[in-house]
Design a protein around this ligand. Structure first.
Ligand SMILES: Nc1ncnc2c1ncn2[C@@H]1O[C@H](COP(=O)(O)OP(=O)(O)OP(=O)(O)O)[C@@H](O)[C@H]1O
Length: 833
């Protein structure tokens, strides 16, 4: 970009032009604030007035008061929220092709009028627009500030010197509260001599993008609303229909773009997205890092940002299984195992009595079977089938329902004064016939109950009497007889207890706990998993404890969600949510002020209320396993989608299998694909080093172009047999002196606790991260510890290393161990030419 009109150097002349331009923008900001204050006064007046009317006390006046308070509340809330730094941009435009204005008072034409530029390349500015976080109209309805998401703001982001449209000068305004601090301009039509109100258009500064990129990072992501680049803007404003796919290398702004897109969609069609927007993020760390962005864009409430391990209510998984285990748990094969488990778990444990030491008998909390002589399961009926199979005794905690008694093998009831029995083979036949279809197991219980009654009825003798009635043409009497029989049986405690034990309501947690039993899992996983895999998976599930309520791993959560589907939730009366009086009035509680709800609480509430969303945004999509795609897919069955990711950063070992699952989740909705090409995070020096790993991980894949360089080369340090802890600590300390913001120390997953200890006491600017946790995050400086360890840790290790190497905005230090085979300069084998 060339700026012929830009004053050079730091001369007094340049400063005075800058000061003058700052004063110009200050004047505009003052005007905006005056207008906002008028609006606040209006809102407060409405509140007070409403309060007075409330004293009248008639129902009509009350409703009116509440409606007014509500509207005024929205107003105040938005104004107060967005007072900070809300004016950030300005464009000076040539006259448009036609004279039409849009609803925001700006001219709509994108192209300049044919006579906008005179033959001598001079032109007059016809329109100046200010861009901010919300739109503000003056009392005469002229636009004082255009909302950044409005169509009229698009030229601010889209215009480039190659395709400038009507934009002559694009200005970023830096302000804090009521004060304008600086301006930075870019000329889109440097060839023109443009005048504004008769004076030449001045141009100030080096552009805002570089200023933004050089800033120190904190532990939270900033919005990029004042410097969104043209290729990013195309994605943000892409029409919401169907699926928008975005790929791009590290640091190209995929996460930033995805979040700004959420804000844009809400602005564009608030009603449609009242159905909620779900943002799926790979880790809780990335959720915490990004969750401030939407509020800073004035959007809260409708967007739930959730880690993939927290998508199921009540689960907040942060633990990772070892790679060999997560590979199995995430794969599509797991679905087959779960289908078997969901049905198999209905059957009690077949472990012979006493076969599992210490766990025999009923578990605490289990309702004791009432023995009334008719109950044919449990220990109170010696001489039943228990003797031959052992299945009738309550051994261990059976599956499905924690603490449930073992599956009964005989049903005995008394009905119409007669003792009726169903033996184990009859029960087995009934069970198999009910399980024949694909319906969720818990929803089949009514069918099972019906078939049990049919079988008892057939034995009751009453059936033949009913047959006689039918023969005489008295269908009504026959039906009455049958109805009476069913009532008689189903009111028996013994029948109810039998049904509860024989066809218990299974919970996903319970089935998961049952899968921790290796023999059981082996049965369900026969010919799907090999014995080694079965053993490892079962062992990993024991972490969740005997009742399945202990901590889960990230990959367990998708399994839990799948099980919930396979089991189904029987309908039961819903508990009414406690209502805020205002909710009843408006149903729009999110918009009310004075409600201090954190992003997390909001996400939780949204998740509790919703199982499906209107739009689903998947960040780091390359990492979702097939099972996770199924889980996420269920949350957006009727949604439109934005899917962002980078295949080169995938930590999943089987990309083809994941792609298949992704296709299934997204269905046959049409897709539109965008690619982001510029790396805004890493300086060229760091990007060049990372590119070496990319070449190993994915030969032929192109790295995004780094937008800036710092002149600081990555630093190498090798620890052959010395003290790794001391060196890493020293390198982190060294970086603390060299950058103002954050420092991330990235280690192999199995070293993360250890690394946290190494860094103790260095302060909260320094954090230790396992390689999988570094996903999506960024730091001013990073220390990457033992590239070889990270690369060897999983089948996708080289791609995980690529992620680790691309986290720094300024400086990178690589610490190698002997395993890295470093050369004399300390450069590890993996990072040499
Ligand atoms: N237009 C922009 N203006 C200013 N900063 C930007 C812009 N685009 C991206 N950035 C900054 O670049 C950094 C990288 O952005 P982001 O994290 O969204 O990239 P990403 O593509 O998701 O990266 P990764 O794939 O490595 O997770 C962030 O600090 C972001 O704020």
């Amino acid at each position: 970009m060339s700026h012929p009109a830009r004053p050079t150097g730091n001369s007094a002349g340049a400063d005075s032009v800058r000061d003058r331009e700052i004063a110009v923008e200050q004047e505009h900001l003052d005007q905006v604030y005056r207008r906002l204050e008028e609006k606040i006064d209006e809102a407060e007046f409405l509140m007070n007035d409403a309060a007075k009317r409330g004293q009248v006390g008639t129902p009509g006046a009350l409703a009116e008061r509440d409606a007014q308070v509500f509207r005024a509340g929205i107003h105040l809330n938005r104004l107060n929220n967005e007072f900070e730094d809300f004016l950030f941009g300005r464009v000076d435009l040539l006259p448009g092709k036609d004279g039409k204005k849009g609803p925001d008072g700006a001219y709509t034409s994108v192209e300049p009028a044919d006579d906008a530029v005179r033959d001598d390349d001079s032109a007059d500015i016809a329109e100046t627009l200010h861009i901010g976080r919300i739109g503000v109209l003056d009392s005469d309805y002229s636009p004082l500030v255009i909302d950044w998401r409005a169509p009229a703001a698009a030229p601010f982001y889209r215009s480039t010197p190659v395709d400038p449209g009507r934009v002559v000068r694009r200005r970023v305004i830096r302000s804090k509260g009521r004060r304008v601090l600086g301006v930075e301009d870019d000329l889109m039509r440097p060839e023109l001599t443009a005048t504004l109100n008769g004076a030449t258009l001045p141009v100030i500064g080096d552009g805002a993008l570089m200023a933004a990129l050089g800033q120190a990072r904190s532990h939270t992501m900033r919005d990029i609303v004042s410097s969104i680049q043209a290729e990013q803007d195309l994605v943000i404003r892409a029409p919401a229909a169907s699926v928008t796919e975005v790929s791009g290398g590290p640091g190209t702004g995929k996460t930033a773009v995805a979040l700004h897109r959420a804000a844009y969609l809400l602005y564009q069609d608030r009603r449609r997205y009242a159905g909620g927007i779900l943002v799926v993020s790979p880790t809780p760390l990335l959720v915490a890092y990004t969750e401030g962005v939407l509020p800073s864009l004035g959007e809260e409430g409708q967007v739930a940002i959730r880690a993939v391990g927290s998508l199921v209510d009540g689960a907040e998984a942060t633990a990772y299984d070892e790679p060999a285990v997560s590979r199995v748990k995430g794969s599509a094969r797991m679905l087959k195992v779960l289908r078997k488990a969901a049905r198999g778990a209905l059957e009690g444990d077949r472990t012979p009595a006493g076969g599992r030491g210490g766990r025999g008998g009923r578990t605490a909390g289990q309702p004791a079977a009432r023995s009334n002589g008719q109950l044919a399961f449990g220990d109170d009926d010696p001489g039943t089938a228990r003797d031959d199979s052992g299945a009738n005794s309550a051994t261990g905690a059976p599956p499905g329902t924690p603490g449930r008694a073992a599956t009964p093998t005989r049903l005995r009831v008394v009905a119409f004064g007669r003792r009726l029995e169903l033996e184990s083979d009859e029960l087995h036949r009934i069970r198999q016939s009910v399980l024949g279809g694909a319906a969720p197991v818990n929803l089949l219980r009514p069918r099972a109950r019906k078939l049990l009654l049919d079988a008892l009825w057939a034995k009751s003798g009453a059936a033949s009497r009913a047959g006689d009635h039918m023969a005489k043409g008295d269908a009504e009497l026959a039906a009455e007889l049958r109805g009476g029989f069913d009532d008689d049986v189903t009111s028996e405690d013994s029948f109810i207890e039998f049904l509860d034990a024989w066809w218990p309501e299974l919970t996903a947690r319970g089935v998961l706990a049952a899968m921790a039993d290796e023999r059981r899992l082996g049965r369900w996983a026969r010919r799907i998993l090999n014995p080694n895999e079965t053993r490892k998976v079962a062992r990993s599930l024991r972490r969740a404890g005997p009742d399945g309520t202990g901590p889960l791993s990230v990959h367990d959560v998708a399994i839990l969600d799948e099980l919930e589907q396979l089991l189904g939730t029987p309908s039961r009366p819903r508990r009414r949510r406690e209502l805020d009086p205002l909710d009843q009035l408006t149903g729009l509680e999110e918009l009310m002020p004075q409600r201090e709800e954190s992003q997390r609480e909001r996400a939780e509430r949204l998740a509790a209320e919703r199982t499906e969303y209107a739009h689903v945004i998947v960040d780091e999509a390359q990492d979702l396993t097939p099972m996770q795609w199924r889980m996420v897919g269920r949350r957006g069955r009727h949604a439109t989608w934005t899917v962002v990711g980078d295949a080169a950063q995938s930590s999943w070992s089987d990309p083809d299998e994941a792609a298949e699952a992704r296709d299934e989740a997204l269905g046959n909705r049409p897709r539109r694909h965008f690619t982001l090409t510029v790396n805004y995070r890493n300086p060229a020096e760091i990007a060049a080093l990372a590119a070496k790993v990319l070449a190993l991980a994915m030969p032929g894949m192109e790295s995004p172009a780094a937008v800036r360089s710092t002149g600081v080369e990555p630093r190498f340090s090798a620890v052959r047999d010395g003290d790794l802890a001391a060196v890493v600590r020293e390198e982190a300390g060294r970086l603390l002196d060299r950058v103002d913001g954050t420092i991330g120390v990235v280690v192999a997953m199995n070293r993360r606790e250890q690394a946290a200890r190494w860094l103790a006491g260095l302060g909260d600017r320094v954090v230790a991260l396992g390689s999988l946790e570094a996903k999506g995050l960024e730091y001013d400086a990073t220390v990457v510890v033992s590239p070889a360890e990270i690369a060897d840790e999983s089948p996708a290790g080289l791609r995980v290393l690529y992620v680790a190497l691309t986290r720094a905005t300024q400086q990178l230090t690589v610490v190698s161990t002997g395993r890295d085979d470093p050369d004399e300069q300390g450069v590890p084998d993996l990072l040499r030419e």
